[in-house]
Design a protein around this ligand. Structure first.
Ligand code: ACM
Ligand code: ZN
Length: 750
């Protein structure tokens, strides 16, 4: 038996030992642990932290012990020393590695946590397992424990036995630091939040068209020049204006990580049992490196070429040098090399690329990309690492040792498994946290199963897991990143940890409600759920009843009717009430003591007055406008570039220019009273107004967003205006209307 390395005060304390007891299957009154553990059994009594509490660690678990002790000191105000040893003597938390015979069913990352009134014990087969037991213990304390207090506080933890292990070994979050740059301090905060929810992979997207972010010794220009772009406004993304000036005048947007900072972040992540998988994008999405080193472009070079020449040996020399530096900084087994969305037109026109295809007997540009990836795969394999790339690397033939990250749906992952390869799932349908919450709600993320039905049972092990992706074109600030990630990251955390058969959406949402207070304490600007209206949000009538579904526990709905945005001092919604025509109610969800409102819900009652104009004929009037905006301008003050008539809303009437606006206007003919659903989608901004009332507001720059709104309408003819603008890149606008009878578009003749 080991003895304590530090002296403790002399009086006799009851000795207690860790015992392994089979768990009851039932889960009674579990604290709100996310992700939900495999087995949780409530026991009699509770453990209480006190002045005496120590963290006692064996088996080299000092780092885990310090991690826990720091948390407990802040939570309790007690001294909580860490002491090397193998036995508690009452009131302590004991950390240790499980004996070989106790390692089943924990696996590499599982743990056993026992909370008894006399003491707490956590054991895992590895330090990672112990670390996850610590995360569970933290969540068994109340949310207030996350706030530092000057007063000592004797928190209690309910006695319980937890046996827990993850379903997947790749539980990831991805962050694009190229489109927008985030400093090391933020990354550490992000890693802390990941660790709390048992994520273990941080996919660091270091290279893209928006800037090169990793310092290189051999290629200093990559960050001297390639990390700093001209931006139309500081911090604002614009694909149209990606240029990296040779001489900086101080107005550029950017930043990069020094090699020292990278080592520090990698070590910090390792202390949280998070592996950082760096992504060095190739052959595409790499404008800055080609701007800085033009010999990496094709012959002849393309304008704004952001794809390396696949015919030039200089490309491979450059990439092998960069990868050598990358491997030196990142111990990760997996190295991500991108591979997505490569525009191969430059290769088709390049003398060297064509020669390469002939020499290597390559029959298509896809095979040329496959050749490219195979060479990198061979290089990484030689260096003892494993290549992973976006699912496009399947095209033209998968390199012999490569793994696949499936993003354009799950098909790429399924195909990889068919070829007996490993895959990580992050389909746009569930895992793209840059998509709006309307498009990808938290509930939908929760329901994600990384193993699709098409995977044979015996091959499921080839699916390593899943990750949430944060592409930051539209996330210029840290707060925005956190808002888009939380709470969806909690839903994903459970989808990648908890066994499928133990997942339960209702139960998760109840636990999630208790995590909002935790996120408040951690100052995470998460997305609160919006109030859920129990009826239409726009009614054309003389009066209407406003009703909302009850707010979740710990939250309240507040509203105004004077046109001002709701704040924490606005009226609290209690029960349904009536508003009269001409009223616009603005409601938002708040936590009990939070300042921060959810996205707002508007409920409007509009008088259905108005004569049917004479001379209406089928069709929609449209006008196009040229200009660059970040929000919708008032089109009625601008001169249209073109006007015309169409039969539907869409970008088929757009002008040739990349940046433009369209106003659609006319009348909606409703022939039957009832509720109609208006579904508006757009990339970029759009706003739909009916009879002057805003129905859907998607204003601003963003990726595709879609939302549907219920409107109660009486028979009649309603004027409408739908404004849309596009700032460059992908564009679309669509409007679908469903109701008891078809709604016709009409316009004034002439
Ligand atoms: C991707 O979203 N282009 C991987
Ligand atoms: Zn070329």
């Amino acid at each position: 038996m080991e003895s304590k390395a530090a002296c403790v005060n002399g009086h006799n304390r009851a000795m207690w030992m860790l015992t392994v007891v089979p768990l009851a299957a039932s889960v009674a009154t579990m604290p709100p642990i996310v992700p939900r553990p495999v087995e949780y059994a409530r026991q009699q009594g509770a453990f209480e932290f006190s002045w005496d509490t120590e963290v006692i660690y064996a088996d080299g678990l000092q780092s885990e012990a310090e991690h826990l002790a720091r948390f407990l000191r802040s939570a309790t105000g007690f001294p909580v020393p860490t002491i090397q040893g193998s036995q508690g003597d009452g009131n302590d938390v004991l950390l240790r590695i499980a004996r070989a015979r106790d390692r089943d069913p924990l696996g590499e990352e599982g743990y056993r946590l026992e909370v008894e009134p006399q003491g707490i014990a956590i054991e895992g087969a590895t330090p990672a397992g112990v670390f996850y037991g610590i995360q569970t213990l933290k969540q068994m304390l109340p949310a207030e424990a996350l706030r530092r207090s000057d007063q000592p506080r004797s928190w209690q933890v309910p006695a319980a036995r937890v046996v827990d292990w993850p379903r997947f070994s790749w539980r990831g979050m991805h962050l694009d630091v190229s489109r927008h740059f985030f400093p090391p301090e933020f990354l550490k905060r992000f890693l802390d939040l990941m660790a709390l929810y048992k994520f273990n992979v941080f996919h660091w997207h270091l290279v893209d068209d928006g800037g090169w972010r990793m310092e290189s010794l051999r290629y200093p220009l990559l960050t001297e020049r390639g990390a700093w772009r001209d931006a139309p406004k500081r911090g604002e993304w614009s694909q149209a204006a990606l240029s990296f000036p040779e001489r900086r005048d101080g107005d550029e947007y950017g930043g990069y990580y020094t090699r020292r900072e990278i080592r520090e972040i990698v070590a910090y992540a390792a202390s949280l049992h998070i592996t950082i998988v760096p992504e060095i994008e190739m052959p595409g999405h790499t404008l800055p490196s080609i701007v800085c080193y033009p010999e990496l472009a094709c012959d002849p070079p393309g304008a704004n070429q952001n794809v390396y020449c696949a015919g030039s040996e200089k490309t491979f020399e450059f990439l092998e040098n960069i990868l050598e530096e990358t491997l030196d900084l990142f111990p990760s087994k997996y190295i991500h090399i991108g591979g997505d969305e490569v525009y191969k037109g430059w290769w088709a026109n390049c003398r060297r690329c064509q020669e390469r295809m002939e020499r290597e007997n390559l029959h298509s540009l896809d095979e040329l990309q496959s050749y490219f990836i195979r060479r990198i795969d061979a290089f990484l394999t030689e260096h003892g690492r494993t290549l992973i790339g976006w699912d496009e690397i399947l095209e033209g033939g998968l390199a012999p040792n490569a793994s696949v990250m499936s993003w354009r749906g799950v098909e790429g992952g399924i195909e990889a498994v068919r070829q007996n390869r490993h895959a990580v799932m992050c389909p746009t349908s569930h895992c793209y946290f840059d998509y709006s919450y309307a498009t990808t709600p938290t509930e939908e993320v929760y329901e994600f199963d990384p193993v699709p039905d098409e995977i044979p049972e015996g091959a499921a092990y080839l699916i390593l897991g899943a990750q949430g992706n944060l592409w930051t074109e539209w996330m210029p600030t840290e707060d925005r990143v956190l808002y888009m990630a939380f709470p969806r990251a909690l839903a994903l955390a459970e989808a990648v940890w908890t066994p499928k058969e133990r997942k339960d959406l209702e139960d998760f949402l109840a636990r999630l409600n208790e995590h909002y207070a935790r996120l408040d304490a951690l100052r995470v600007p998460y997305r609160l759920p919006s109030p859920v209206p129990a009826g239409p949000t726009l009614t054309f009538d003389d009066a209407m009843t406003v009703a909302f579904a009850p707010a979740p526990p710990g939250m309240v709905i507040r509203y105004t009717t004077d046109g001002t945005p709701p704040t924490r001092s606005s009226t609290r919604y209690q029960k349904p009430f009536e508003i009269r025509a001409g009223t616009v109610l603005r409601a938002a969800m708040f936590t009990l003591d939070g300042e921060q409102p959810s996205d707002e819900i508007r409920v409007a009652c509009v008088s259905p007055k108005g004569e049917r104009p004479a001379d209406l004929v089928p069709g929609i009037q449209y006008s196009t406008y040229l200009g660059s905006w970040s929000r919708l301008p008032d089109f009625s003050r601008l001169s249209p570039a073109e006007t015309g008539v169409t039969d539907r809303v869409g970008v088929h009437v757009k002008p040739r220019e990349e940046q433009y606006g369209i106003r659609f206007e006319g009348f909606l003919e409703v022939v039957e009273d009832g509720e109609y659903e208006f579904r508006l989608g757009s990339d970029d901004g759009s706003v739909l107004r009916i009879a002057g009332a805003t129905v859907v507001d998607h204003d601003g720059l963003h990726a595709y967003v879609e939302r549907s709104v219920r409107v109660k309408m009486k028979r009649g003819v309603y004027p409408f205006v739908l404004d849309f603008f596009e700032q460059g890149g992908a564009d679309s606008v669509s409007l679908r209307i469903e109701g008891p009878a078809p709604v016709r578009f009409l316009r004034s003749r002439g």
